[in-house]
Write a protein that binds this ligand. Structure first.
Ligand code: HEM
Length: 396
């Protein structure tokens, strides 16, 4: 499939489980886009890095979302029930039920939950001086918002952080292991949410994000519904946590762009779009060919894992000028951070409301937002791009 491109030996760095967050992944992406935009790794998986190819793959129906069943994996994890890995009628039924509350009218019902969490973690909390913002608010706010929107009791909210950290790692170790329930936090989380769904259906009022729960249970049963509530809880905050951290990292490190934003707060939406493009929280999307097919002049085999590198596509200079720079007033061009096609993200509007509201509150609260030398540590995770730690100097 490929000649040996220059520097290829270093490309093993993108392999799940061996990623080093302190290394510059974007130089490696640039080499891949130039030398082998469809690259078969020595371990058999295929990586796609150019924007046009990734965009085309996202809506190619010959690339399945459902992983092939590996004969040596037993028993399968609840991960296999997740909407992301469904095809056809099951996908349509689950998606319709889950996205019901996100319809335009429902969005206003989400805002008070976002405002409450911001008030708690930014408004009322004392964070002046050098502050580690991931723990202070970038993780705490999305975690509380999704928990409350799903009706999770406040005392149980700390459970989400533990599950999230485990599942984030699990999704980055390779699919055979991830789908094996023997080492799987998804199963524990799904059992909790199956029980939660049962209790909710016995009660009189459904939480804001679960108005579609009765239809979901009727269509796919309680257990699959519970797995998908776990998906909502995980996908509904782990991604937004990194969006917030990445957004403050880039703003703090680009004082001229921060000044522009202060002069024109309406640029908040562009800050969000530019962060999603430049530092995409979801770096990898997986697909499996339904039969032998051609991609960018290469032959893909049925069932071979195809990894779409969103983070590489979103910095493709053929699509975005000065692609490695954080520029607020760039010409609009759609990035792929929320995916595309039938499986496009259902939570986009919530993530946008959260990010713009947090940014607005932060600008109001702090007149100084500055980086601290050595204060940023990126996650050692090739699937999620985000900060494990971000210390900033904040002053009112
Ligand atoms: C910055 C925030 C977010 C990012 C970058 C993001 C990214 C993505 C991407 C790339 C996909 C497509 C996966 C694929 O094609 O296989 C996706 C799907 C999904 N996202 Fe998000 N997401 C975010 C926030 C959210 C939130 C807040 C929720 C829920 C409240 C959510 C729920 C989902 C679900 C359920 C799917 C599966 C859709 C399907 O398979 O049809 N996401 N997301």
């Amino acid at each position: 499939m490929h000649q040996t491109p220059r520097g290829e030996s270093e490309w093993t760095g993108i392999r799940s489980g061996s990623f080093d967050g302190s290394k510059d992944i974007y130089n490696l992406f640039a080499d891949m886009r130039r030398d082998a935009p469809v690259w078969q790794a020595p371990w058999g998986d295929v990586y796609v890095s150019r924007y046009d190819l990734v965009a085309a793959c996202l809506s190619n129906r010959r690339l399945s979302h459902a992983p092939p069943t590996a004969a040596d994996i037993a028993p399968n994890s609840a991960l296999r029930n997740w909407l992301i890995y469904q095809e056809g009628g099951t996908h349509t039924a689950i998606k319709a039920a889950l996205q019901k509350p996100f319809a335009a009218k429902g969005l206003s019902a989400l805002r008070p939950y976002v405002e409450e969490a911001i008030d708690l973690h930014i408004g009322s909390a004392a964070h002046d001086g050098e502050t580690e913002i991931v723990a202070a608010f970038a993780r705490a706010i999305p975690e509380r918002v999704i928990g409350r929107l799903l009706g999770v009791p406040v005392d149980d909210l700390p459970l989400l952080a533990g599950w999230s950290a485990s599942i984030r790692e699990l999704l980055d170790i390779g699919f055979d292991d991830a789908f094996d329930s023997r080492l799987n936090a998804v199963d524990e989380m799904s059992a909790y949410f199956t029980d939660h769904a049962r209790k909710l259906l016995e009660g009189s009022e459904l939480p804001v994000l679960l108005t579609g729960l009765p239809a979901l249970v009727e269509n796919v049963g309680l257990v699959v519904a519970g797995s998908n509530l776990a998906l909502l809880a995980f996908a509904g905050h782990e991604t937004t946590v990194h969006l917030l951290g990445n957004m403050f990292f880039h703003l703090a490190n680009a004082p001229e762009q921060l000044a522009k934003l202060r002069a024109d707060p309406a640029l908040a939406a562009q800050v969000l779009a530019e962060t999603l493009r430049l530092e995409s929280p979801v770096q990898k999307i997986c697909r499996w060919p339904t039969g032998t097919m051609e991609l960018g002049g290469h032959v893909l085999e049925k069932g071979q894992l195809v990894v779409l590198l969103c983070g590489a596509a979103n910095r493709d200079p053929l699509r975005f000028t000065e692609a490695d720079r954080f520029i607020l007033d760039r010409a609009p061009a759609q990035n792929l951070a929320f995916g595309r096609g039938l499986h496009v993200c259902i939570g986009r509007a919530l993530a946008e409301i959260e990010a713009v509201s947090v940014l607005t509150a932060a600008l109001r609260r702090w007149s100084t937002i500055e980086p601290v030398k050595g204060g940023a540590r990126w996650l050692d995770n090739s699937s999620f791009r985000g900060l494990d730690r971000l210390i900033l100097r904040l002053a009112s």
